[in-house]
Every structure is written in C-alpha cells, then in structure tokens.
Write a protein that binds this ligand. Structure first.
Ligand code: HEM
Ligand SMILES: *[C@@H]1O[C@H](CO)[C@@H](O)[C@H](O)[C@H]1NC(C)=O
Ligand SMILES: *[C@@H]1O[C@H](CO)[C@@H](O)[C@H](O)[C@H]1NC(C)=O
Ligand SMILES: *[C@@H]1O[C@H](CO)[C@@H](O)[C@H](O)[C@H]1NC(C)=O
Length: 323
C-alpha cells in the first residue's frame, strides 16, 4: 500500500470509529417503544397526581432537569442521595429550592413494576420536566430517550452551575461550555416563567447594589416600584425563613410573561436582566415577549439540545442510589 493510500485508509477507519461512538450515544424518541410502552403514560400520571396536591411541583421538576444536565450531563446525578462517604449534588450550596424528588421516585416505582431495570432515572426526569411544562399550559414535544444514569454526584460540583449574579459573558461561557448558544440561553431562561426564588438569590439587586462603591442601593435597571415591592418582602436583614418572590406574574402558568416583565424592569435575577445587555439577546427577548409561539418553539428546541448532554453508564433501580 502506498503512503497516500494508507493515509486515506487510516482516515476512513477514524471516520468509521467516530461515527460508531457517536451513534452509540444517540438518543431516540422511540427508544422504549418496545421495551416499555407504558413509560410516557406512567411518568405523566405521576407528575399530574403530584401537581394536584402541590402547585410548586412543575417548577421544581423543570429546574431539577436543568441542574441534572448542567452537571456531568443529563445522568440523573441530581437525584442521588448523599452517602456516609459522599455529599451529593442535592446537598450542595446551590440546592436551594430543589424539591419534589418524590415525584421521580413515584414514577420510577410504577415503571419498575411493569418494565424492571429498563428505564433510566435520567430519562424519567427529562420526561417529567417536559410533562411539567405541558401540564402548566406550555408546549409539548417528543423527548429523545436512551440516557444512562451516572454513579457520581458531588455537592462541590454544584459550583459549576451559573449563578444568579452572573453577567452576560459569564452566562454565555457557562452555556457554551455545554455546547449551548446565546440563543439557547435566552430561550431556556424562559424556564423562569415558572416558580419561585428565595430572597438570597436576588439580594444583590435590592440592597447595597453598588457594593463598596455604593453608587446605588438598588439595581437601577429595576423598575423602582418593583424594586420597592421586592425590598418589602426581602428586607436587608431578612429573618422570614422562606421569604422571596415568584419569578413572574403567573408563576404556575408556562407563558411568556417572564419576557414581558423583563422588558419592563421586572426581572428577579441579575442573570435575567443580563439578557438585555447585547443586541442579539435583547432582540430575542423582545421577540419572545411579543410571541408566545416563537418562545415555545425556541424553548422546545433548546430543551432537546440541553437534554442531549451526555453522561452516565447504568440503569438505576432506585433513583437515589447507584447500583
Ligand atoms: C441562565 C442561568 C440560570 C440561572 C443563573 C438560574 C438561577 C436560578 C435561581 C437562583 C433560582 C431560584 C432558587 C431559589 O432562590 O430558590 C432559579 C429558579 C428556577 N429556575 Fe433557574 N437559573 C438559570 C437557568 C434556568 C434554566 C435553563 C431553567 C430551565 C429550563 C431554569 C428553571 C428554573 C425554575 C423552574 C426555577 C423555579 C424553581 C422552583 O420554584 O422550585 N433556570 N433559577
Ligand atoms: C434519600 O434521602 C431522603 C431524604 O433524606 C430519605 O428520606 C430517603 O429515605 C433516602 N433514600 C434512600 C434510598 O436512601
Ligand atoms: C441542601 O443542602 C443542605 C446542606 O448544605 C441540606 O441541609 C439540605 O437538606 C439540602 N436540601 C435538599 C433539598 O436536599
Ligand atoms: C463579567 O464578570 C466577570 C467576572 O466578574 C468580569 O471579569 C467581566 O469583566 C464582566 N463582564 C462584563 C461585560 O461586565
């Protein structure tokens, strides 16, 4: 074989190997159609049942999936309990407000009863997040499946999550490290159409905003009346345990009010406000504020993209413990 022919041969082998390894990890919407046809019904049922008793469940499930995907890929690592030797993600500093893990447990139990050892906890969480959105008046979509569960969950890794004090370039970096674009950032931030934030998450905007410089006590990008309202529920030395604010005016409805409020100086986090800091992201905020349909289309596309972040190597039997 000549040198050139050999080089071409090597390239072909390399190509084949790379397409092989990427197709092994590829998710599919029909992944469990044969092995667990009841799956989607059972997850939806668990989410529906929990929502009837607790309106905070959908927001919790959506955020849980986001945290799962941003740390070690969508591998159910957020679901693991701490052990005697290991402090897990859910006990990390960014765990504030993570709850409703029992919904995933209930779904898993129902699924194990009909298709034992077949469906990953990471897939159950991805489906539950989709159902949470759909059952709150948002869009629905086909969730690609076939994720595997990870065996590692470390509290300290939650430091890798974007912070609510992040500026646009920090947010952009956090997302791009995970293959997500500025457009994904704007669309996925729309997840803040659901749910609640504790005072500590936006304290930086309403007290001593300038820090040492002390130019302003309050973030000047906030509408003054909105800031006053936030200050009244969150005084500088807040002692009320679960004080805070809803993330938009319709916190149990998946709509585009988040973007409308953002344009009016009524966002909760600095990281929300930061979306107005570049022409590209600001134009998207305006587009989504004007059209719920445009938001929904972009949100679905970005959720599927975020949900593709790879990780994991097993199918857990109990979502809180490794096998
Ligand atoms: C862009 C970077 C993001 C930052 C900095 C961020 C930060 C936060 C913070 C600080 C909270 C409130 C925690 C608390 O005080 O209790 C929160 C809540 C929430 N986040 Fe985000 N988030 C981001 C992106 C996302 C994404 C991508 C989603 C989902 C698509 C999402 C969905 C939610 C939901 C639903 C809640 C409410 C949770 C509840 O009420 O239980 N966030 N976020
Ligand atoms: C996981 O932790 C929760 C809360 O501490 C506890 O109620 C539950 O029994 C634990 N589950 C397992 C399987 O360890
Ligand atoms: C969050 O972490 C703290 C310790 O940092 C722990 O006491 C608390 O139970 C955790 N919350 C949840 C929901 O796991
Ligand atoms: C964003 O924050 C980082 C870290 O604090 C800082 O280095 C950077 O200059 C900030 N960028 C902008 C555009 O403010």
């Amino acid at each position: 074989m000549g040198a050139l022919a050999f080089a071409v041969y090597l390239c072909l082998v390399a190509l084949q190997l790379s397409s092989y390894s990427s197709s092994v990890g590829a998710l599919s919407t029909i992944y469990y159609d044969k092995s667990c046809p009841q799956l989607e019904f059972l997850v939806r049922n668990a989410v529906k049942k929990a929502m009837l008793k607790d309106k905070t469940v959908p927001a919790a499930l959506l955020r849980m999936h986001f945290h799962d995907c941003f740390i070690r890929g969508c591998d159910g690592s957020v679901l693991l309990n701490s052990t005697a030797k290991n402090s897990a993600e859910k006990d990390g500093p960014a765990n504030i407000s993570l709850h409703a893990f029992y919904v995933i447990d209930n779904a898993k139990k129902a699924i194990e009863a009909v298709c034992p050892g077949t469906v990953s906890c990471a897939d159950i969480l991805a489906l539950a997040a989709r159902d949470a959105v759909a059952l709150s008046g948002g869009p629905t979509w086909e969730v690609p499946k076939g994720r595997l569960d990870g065996r590692v969950s470390k509290a300290i890794d939650t430091r890798q999550l974007p912070a609510p004090t992040f500026n646009l370039s920090q947010l952009q970096q956090s997302f791009s490290q995970r293959g997500l674009s500025l457009d994904d950032l704007v669309a996925l931030s729309g997840g803040h159409t659901l749910g609640f934030a504790h005072c500590s998450s936006f304290q930086n905007r309403i007290h001593n905003f300038g820090g040492a410089v002390k130019v302003n006590d309050v973030d000047p990008t906030l509408s003054p009346s909105f800031a006053a309202r936030l200050q009244s529920v969150c005084p500088a030395h807040n002692t009320v345990k679960n004080a805070g604010s809803n993330l938009d005016s319709t916190a149990t409805l998946f709509d585009n009010a988040y973007y409308k409020m953002l344009l009016q100086g009524m966002s909760i986090f600095s990281s929300d406000q930061a979306l107005l800091d570049s022409p590209r992201t600001k134009a998207l905020v305006s587009k989504f504020a004007a059209s719920k349909e445009a938001f929904e289309m972009a949100f679905v596309e970005s959720m599927v993209k975020m949900g593709n972040l790879p990780g994991g190597q097993e199918i857990r039997l109990n979502c809180r413990v490794v096998r």
